[in-house]
Structure formats: structure tokens, C-alpha cells
Design a protein around this ligand. Sequence first.
Ligand code: ITT
Length: 183
Amino acid sequence: MKIYFVSSNKHKYIEFRRILKDVIDINWINADYLEPQSDNLIDVAITSAKWFSHYIEEPFFLEDAGLFIDSLGGFPGVYSSYVFKRLGNNGVLKLLDGVENRSARFVSVIALHIGGRITIFEGVVEGTISEEIRGGGWGFDPIFIPNESNGKTYGELGENKDLFSHRGRSATKLRDFIGRLVA
Ligand code: ITT
């Protein structure tokens, strides 16, 4: 099945293509859009999908993701994209300098618009923020350690990141949903 994916982020597109390739043929629409103000990823994803439904043919999906750091009261959360651009990984590590509780979670919310309705698929991964930058990847990959990766950051996992990641989880739910539709 062919589905449009709306995002300004090429890394997300590459990861979704990799995870979904057996079932879904993704057509990337590279669009930067103004996200609505909300402290909730699901609200942002639903409102954005409703807005795009006036301009884009169904079926399509988009994703809103965020890193929630417990000792910072869930910051940067819905502001992750802005904070990464402004502070980067070094800035986040500085905010956590000397902080003992480094627990955090990465959340991915996919909004799929199909059959005139929006369906949500969520992926959540618990983890910790590393003490230093480790590995490559993009965004917060070099500072996020999922709990089940033997201490490796997303950035040190390479393509194996998909097995542990918030996007791996939400995208697998999307893949199963579409798989059932086309079966
Ligand atoms: P869209 O156009 O799809 O919205 P975006 O980059 O603005 O692209 P988000 O609003 O979902 O995406 O922002 C989430 C930010 O969180 C993203 O820009 C990264 O800085 C970070 N992020 C999300 N998922 C990540 C991942 O798997 N690895 C590293 N950083 C990630």
C-alpha cells in the first residue's frame, strides 16, 4: 500500500521507510509545518493531521515525537525540536550537570489519516540520559540510553536502534494495522 508521510525531518523518513518497507510504500512529502501549541503530543499530532487533510490525499501519516526528562519536569517534551536546535545535546547535558536522576522517556505519536478518520499509534521507551555524548545518529540519539540496550545510546546502536526505539514501537503498530487492512 502507498501512503504519504508528511515531515520536514529526513531522518524520520529514513527510519520509517526502513521499519515499514515490507508492508508500506512511503511517499515522503517534505513539508515544514507550524505545530499547534499544546503540552500533549497526541493533541499536536491530531490537530496537524486534521489541518493536512485539507491539502493532502489520503492515506497519509505524520509523527510528533519528544524526549521527556523526569528531573526537568518532562522538558523538553513537545518542545524537543526547538530545544535541540537551540541547546543541542551539550546544552541538555549541561542542564543535567550534577543531577542524579537521569531517567527519561522518548515518545512517538503517529497520526494516520485513512478512510476519513484519524487513528493514533503510540510508542514509548523508558531510558536514561548519558553522562556524555556517545555515538552518531541524529538529534538526541547520542545522549539517550534505552533501558534494554546494555547501556548503549541510540547513537551507538546504528540500525539496531529500530529494535529499541519509540519510533520502532509506534511504526510496528502502524505496520500491523495496515497489514490487517490489506490482508
Ligand atoms: P516534523 O516535521 O516531522 O515535525 P521534527 O524534527 O520537527 O519533524 P518533532 O516535532 O517530532 O519532529 O520533533 C521531535 C524532535 O525530537 C526532533 O526534532 C529531534 O530533535 C528529537 N527526536 C525525535 N525522535 C528522535 C530520535 O529518534 N532520535 C533523536 N532525536 C529525536
